[in-house]
Design a protein. Structure first.
Length: 185
């Protein structure tokens, strides 16, 4: 299970790794340290930010791990399982140069493809490249109210958010009696 702040910790871990990957490559080294987690529509001190937006824009329940059963945590206690969510990220390079934007996006694709599951406490979310439909991208960029820019979408799957509810007491089954009856004669 994970501690509170898991979404921020995951995003920070990915950004840290991406900044290191940018710094290790001579083509992307000038952009190391320029990744921000605001939306691409966010403005900096002098107008639009430059660098790369790595924006968590959607959080939804993990459809494959919803409604888990209670977790035994002792002989007479059952814990409330974690809420499993998927976090969607919009990655948008914004360097002012088409060539640099392409290099940053390609390095991001390469890094996230190679990194595998990211250790986050006892969690290991998996980052995958997604291809949203044209209608979803249109709605997203329309909501941002800025012109469409080169971007890609990634999703972090199976991220756990702990419950604050206390464990429930449960009596242990110590005996069982079976009865067999004849149905119909």
């Amino acid at each position: 299970m994970s501690a509170f702040g898991v979404i921020k910790h995951l995003t920070d871990a990915i950004v840290f790794g991406l900044n290191a990957a940018f710094g290790d490559d001579p083509l992307t080294a000038p952009f190391a340290g320029t990744i921000f987690t605001d939306s691409p529509a966010a403005t900096g001190a002098g107008g639009a930010k430059t660098g790369m937006s790595f924006w968590p824009y959607r959080v939804e329940r993990d459809e494959f791990l919803s409604n888990p059963s209670l977790v035994p945590i002792g002989t007479a206690l059952l814990g409330i399982p974690s809420l499993k969510v998927d976090i969607w990220y919009l990655v948008t390079p914004m360097t002012g140069s088409g060539d640099s934007d392409q290099l940053l996006l390609e390095k991001t694709l390469q890094y996230l493809y190679d990194v595998g599951p990211i250790a986050l406490g006892s969690d290991t979310p998996i980052i995958t490249f997604e291809t949203p439909g044209a209608d979803e991208l249109f709605r997203l960029w329309s909501a941002l109210d800025i012109p469409y820019a080169l971007s890609s979408v990634f999703v972090a799957r199976h991220v756990s958010i702990d419950s604050l509810r206390p464990p429930q007491r449960a009596a242990r089954i110590v005996e069982r009696y079976d009865q067999y009856v004849t149905i119909g004669s």
